[in-house]
Design a protein around this ligand. Structure first.
Ligand code: ADP
Length: 476
């Protein structure tokens, strides 16, 4: 099975969200299962460097606004990778900053994905073109607009909140046939929508959890739900895995006291170290909550600000690691002054500190309003920090509350609350505190259950491979 993966991130070289982890880990897991996979990514400087040496494959004097070359190299993990080298598009700046050439940058990448999908390269042609998120979602449309043989196309939605919507005046610049600008095709309220084009033209659609696959068909979830519902037979949810080589408490260089299931007592040492590092009162009995998150509205962190007084009354502590600007960032910056020794905040992106939060905190808070899959709750579980999450998307599929267990069924692995309200969050917080105080043995049992869960990429990789086989069988 030959597969071309097209996307815009690759951990650790270009990483904005969970997509980067998937683009790095899933190809390796598929390769372990015998798949012959190649990547297509933008020629961001970090990627050009990581994939060297590079050989030129094709070039275009003008690809939607400038000369471009297609280069072939290998990732440090040995996966062949095509890079679209177009310095004005990809030579500088963060991957998704809002700029005038955004639609042309990603349309060009999508167009090359379709071309490579159709024509292949030097005898290598994919059976499957697997594209990830809106920046490459035009690729299945470009494939469909050309006659002749083509690979089957799979579009994976990592986050429906980002759709790529641009003015219709760009149609010809983006090499999109005007006759396809209709509400059943590329048009979305008189604009071009990249993600919609992909949803219409991909043979199959996947997203990153079974619950999110259902939720995005619901009218309350905003645009595109009707189209997603109409394609529900072609839509599947496959949970992301976790790279166990990176996200493990044993042999972990970021932790002062690495540990595993057999040395769980060492967590207490990491907790004390984290309390010291952050200026929290060094108190083994204080239930230590932590947040590791972007400060985006979908993460529901405003609810946490409202329960700080309660948290302090309960004798608990909170460590916050996050960034994202805006009112939330200022509020979290100010919170430690109101609750000295009880609340600490580090504003910024700090991978080492994120490991120490997972390895030292008792509970990781993930009160998201929406969460396609979510990684932080999975990392928390791997480190024996119990996630406290809202019942939404992938959080629903990965965290089991003690109140939701049944005899003989799977064990509890965290705490879950229902509505994105202060009352519901406070209820779960009370339950977590009560259990921590009154039943340490039960807490320990939950930690062990959480740490023992299967989070490997092998399972999702098999699910994708089954899907690819079903797609090629159908398209002949
Ligand atoms: P999203 O992709 O919506 O941001 P996920 O839970 O899927 O949410 O992935 C978040 C990832 O980013 C996790 O690996 C988490 O550890 C990491 N992360 C988020 N904020 C920070 C931060 N401030 N410092 C370090 N890592 C962070």
């Amino acid at each position: 099975m030959r597969i071309l993966f097209a996307g815009t991130e690759l951990y650790p070289h270009v990483a904005v969200g969970g997509l980067a982890d998937v683009m790095a880990a899933l190809p390796l897991a598929l390769r372990d299962l015998g798949a012959d996979l190649r990547l297509l990514l933008p020629g961001f400087p970090a990627l050009l460097q990581a994939a060297a040496p590079l050989s030129p494959i094709r070039q275009w004097p003008d690809l939607m606004g400038g000369g471009a070359r297609l280069l072939l190299g290998r990732t440090p993990a040995g996966v062949p990778v095509y890079l679209l080298d177009q310095p004005t598009f990809f030579g500088s700046g963060p991957p998704y900053e809002d700029r005038a050439d955004t639609p042309r940058r990603f349309a060009a990448l999508s167009w090359v994905a379709a071309l490579l999908g159709r024509e292949g390269d030097d005898g290598w042609g994919p059976h499957i073109l697997h594209v990830h998120d809106w920046p490459v979602a035009l690729a299945p449309a470009y494939l469909a607009f050309e006659p002749g043989p083509r690979p089957a196309a799979l579009l994976t939605i990592h986050n429906l909140a980002y759709q790529g919507i641009f003015p219709k005046t760009l149609l010809s610049d983006l090499r999109l046939p005007p006759e396809h600008f209709t509400p059943a095709d590329l048009e979305y309220y008189d604009q071009i929508c990249f993600l919609k084009a992909g949803l219409v033209h991909a043979d199959r659609i996947s997203t990153v959890s079974p619950t999110y696959a259902r939720e995005i068909q619901d009218p309350s979830k905003g645009g595109l739900h009707g189209l997603l519902a109409s394609r529900r037979r072609d839509l599947v949810g496959i949970l992301n895995g976790v790279d166990a080589g990176v996200w493990t408490p044993s042999g972990n260089l970021h932790l002062a006291f690495p540990y595993d299931l057999d040395r769980l007592d060492r967590r207490a040492l990491n907790k004390a170290a984290l309390q010291r590092e952050l200026g929290l009162r060094e108190d083994p009995d204080a239930l230590l909550f932590a947040i590791v998150s972007r400060f985006a509205p979908q993460k529901g962190l405003d609810l946490v600000l409202d329960i700080l007084p309660r948290l302090a009354r309960l004798g608990a502590q909170l460590a916050v690691l996050g960034q994202g600007g805006g009112a939330l960032e200022s509020a979290f910056r100010a919170a430690p002054r109101r609750f000295p020794g009880r609340v600490a905040a580090r504003i910024g992106y700090d991978t080492g500190l994120s490991h120490r939060c997972y390895g030292g905190a008792d509970v990781i808070l993930v009160p998201s309003r929406e969460e396609p899959c979510g990684l932080t709750q999975l990392y928390a579980q791997a480190y024996g920090a119990l996630p406290l999450v809202r019942r939404t998307g992938g959080l629903t599929d990965t965290v089991l509350d003690p109140d939701d267990t049944r005899p003989g069924g799977p064990p509890a692995t965290g705490f879950v609350f229902n509505e994105a309200t202060v009352a519901d969050l406070a209820g779960a917080l009370d339950r977590a505190c009560a259990r921590y105080r009154s039943d340490p043995a039960a807490w320990r049992t939950m930690q062990r259950a959480a740490m023992s869960q299967d989070r490997s990429w092998d399972r999702p990789a098999r699910a994708y491979l089954d899907l690819y086989h079903a797609m090629t069988a159908r398209s002949g």
